[in-house]
Design a binder for this molecule. Structure first.
Ligand SMILES: [Cu+2]
Length: 321
């Protein structure tokens, strides 16, 4: 696949595809490939041979550029919704990216150079922390019988220790983008910087607990912070349960059109109903009729959206062109 990369910022940057099997020219390490100066554009090309959980980050003055947030997660997925060739089937992907930063370095990166003594004091999951992780949109939702793939990856300076309550029946299937020779049931897992794990969970019906994640300092042994990934239980029938969120429709991410999940787009809506769409900032983006359960997103800006029909549950999706 191709990644089109344009650099409008005053600094040079790269995209390092952490853990993906790319050739040296596309690896994004400045000394061995190239870096992109202000105003330049390039295309990173690679073949994603292995399904799995990966990361990316800028590799120029890495400490500084990580502190400014130049990182993310990459999922290589199979169309048949299995983890890997011959691997287990699952219902839903939940990316969980751990990161941290030191506020003083973030506010004054140049003054903090050469970064020999970073001690993070903000600890995040998917860029959220504390009460943000209690918001419905940031929780993990599953219906009875669902198998959820937790895609764990860490860009943190800390060691992250996750505790999986027994009600989740967590089993680790993959590490660093490859299937494990043998799966193992997991109640506690340490994730070091740059590591990725894919864990399948099958939450017990009605369970609404949390996976607690302790951020351990890598220099002085001790827990700096704990963040909770909260789980919510959907009823088996969305109509009966009135659950606040639905799983997304398809395709997701969407390019030309997006079909709402069936339970959010009853047939009647195509005649009389309307759909309301908000952007990630909660601003009203679109209001209008559905065309056979589909939204035409071909002209929409890239980003995350929330759609709702009437009083039915909301669904989240991403537009990417
Ligand atoms: Cu950079």
């Amino acid at each position: 696949m191709d990644l089109n990369f344009t650099n409008p910022s005053p600094e040079s940057h790269t995209i390092h595809l952490h853990g993906l099997d790319v050739d040296q020219a596309n690896d994004g390490v400045p000394a061995t490939s190239f870096q992109l100066a202000t105003g330049e554009s390039t295309v990173y090309s690679f073949t994603a041979d292995h399904a799995g959980t990966f990361l990316y980050h800028c590799h120029v003055t890495t400490t500084l550029h990580l502190t400014m947030g130049m990182y993310g997660m990459i999922l290589v997925k199979r169309p048949d919704q299995t983890l890997f060739a011959g691997g287990p089937h699952y219902d839903q992907d939940v990316p969980l990216l751990f990161s941290d930063l030191e506020v003083a370095t973030n506010l004054d990166p140049v003054g903090s150079f050469p970064f020999h003594d970073i001690r993070p004091d903000v600890f995040m999951v998917n860029g959220h922390r504390g009460t943000q992780l209690e918001e419905e949109a940031n929780m993990v939702w599953s219906a009875p019988g669902d198998t959820v793939a937790l895609r764990l990856g860490s860009m943190a300076y800390s060691r992250v220790r996750c505790h999986f309550p027994p009600e989740l029946h967590a089993v680790c299937h993959m590490s660093d983008g490859r299937p494990l020779p043998e799966t193992f049931a997991v109640d506690s897992l340490d994730i070091f910087p740059g590591e990725r794990f894919t864990i399948l969970v099958a939450p017990e019906a009605g369970w609404d607990g949390a996976v607690s994640c302790a951020f351990w300092n890598m220099v002085d042994p001790g827990v700096e912070d704990v963040q909770d990934i909260r789980f919510g239980a959907l009823a088996s029938s969305v109509e009966e349960g009135g659950s606040p969120w639905l799983r997304p429709g398809y395709p997701n991410p969407a390019d030309q059109w997006y079909a709402l999940p069936e339970a959010a787009a009853p047939v009647a809506l195509s005649a009389a109903g309307e759909v309301v769409v908000w952007d990630l900032q909660g601003r009203l983006f679109f209001r209008g009729p559905l065309d056979a359960g589909r939204l035409d997103v071909s002209g929409w800006p890239e980003g995350a959206y929330v759609a709702q029909c009437g009083a039915l549950p909301k669904t989240r999706f991403i537009v990417a062109h």
